[in-house]
Write a protein that binds this ligand. Structure first.
Ligand SMILES: NC(=O)c1ccc[n+]([C@@H]2O[C@H](COP(=O)([O-])OP(=O)(O)OC[C@H]3O[C@@H](n4cnc5c(N)ncnc54)[C@H](O)[C@@H]3O)[C@@H](O)[C@H]2O)c1
Length: 257
């Protein structure tokens, strides 16, 4: 498939990696791009800059009815839905036991799983139901889904039990989703980013970003959001990529903390 002429549904499209995908899709000639995000002001500012091929829908991906409304509004506005790029996610760090030996908050754990794993599955299930109505292209493709995991799925650090479990869940479901959706002509891929320079580090402790930027093997810097968007475009373009997870990480392996 191509970004050009496609309708793209981007969760978390108001910021960081999702924003880079929205920009890339518009630059590559997408017919329409939906930003499904909680950050309505940022999404509206981006849409004002990029023009009327961008549709902003205030959406919490952990709310089934809001995802359903966003998918329906996308199809009403652009006529169909071809590509889903799921970037919305949260990171909530907590150690399993705190310094006093008190156990971690279970609601916090459930919140991370609810957004990152269950919310993403809901987005996949509801957007692919719309894609199933598409006419297949010459390869038999009706759509492409790209989920965003993290290298924390493999090298989770101290305090990341919930985040790593949520992202590991995306890694684990990539192959079965691609098998489920193969008869419909929909491919499913997952990107596991390493350390990419986005607003995710805005609230990090002072100096952490500088420290992290020295850890990749080569190139020795944080990744750029447009490098994520380039990989998204390559996956969409290449019909033989399916059911796989790609690390985008300059060979970094995260230490315990
Ligand atoms: N930046 C990195 O280094 C990095 C590394 C590994 C994985 N990731 C993953 O990449 C994805 C994007 O991260 P980013 O760095 O661009 O962060 P970001 O904070 O810049 O963007 C995340 C976006 O998701 C939106 N969002 C959060 N919860 C939502 C919800 N329930 N419903 C809808 N939208 C919601 C936020 O409003 C925000 O616009 C996340 O899933 C993150 O876990 C990022």
């Amino acid at each position: 498939m191509k970004l050009q002429g496609s309708v793209v549904f981007v969760t978390g499209g108001a910021s960081g990696l999702g924003e880079a995908v929205v920009r890339r899709a518009i630059a590559d000639g997408a017919k329409g791009v939906t930003i499904a995000d909680l950050a309505e002001d940022k999404a509206n500012a981006l849409a004002a800059e990029l023009g009327d091929r961008v549709l902003v829908l205030n959406t919490d991906i952990s709310k089934e009815d809001q995802v359903a409304a966003a998918v329906a509004a996308t199809v009403v506005k652009f006529g169909c839905l071809d590509i889903t790029v799921s970037c919305a996610g949260i990171a909530l760090a907590q150690r399993t036991l705190d310094r006093e030996g008190e156990p971690a908050s279970l609601p916090n754990y459930a919140k991370v799983i609810g957004v990152n794993l269950i919310g993403t599955f809901d987005v996949v299930r509801q957007t692919t139901s719309a894609m199933a109505k598409n006419e297949p292209n010459e390869e038999g493709e009706r759509g492409v889904v790209i989920m965003t995991a993290s290298i924390a799925a493999f090298d989770g650090q101290v305090g990341q039990a919930a985040y790593s479990a949520s992202k590991g869940g995306l890694v684990g479901m990539t192959l079965p989703l691609s098998r489920d959706l193969a008869p419909t002509g929909i491919r499913v891929m997952t990107i596991a980013p390493g350390l990419l320079d986005t607003p995710i580090y805005l609230f990090a402790p002072p100096g952490l970003k500088e420290q992290l930027s020295k850890t990749p093997v080569f190139p020795k810097r944080l990744g750029r959001p447009d490098e994520f968007a380039k990989l998204v475009a390559a996956i969409i373009d290449n019909a033989y990529l399916n059911g796989e997870v790609i690390r985008l990480d300059a060979a970094v392996r995260l230490p315990p903390k």
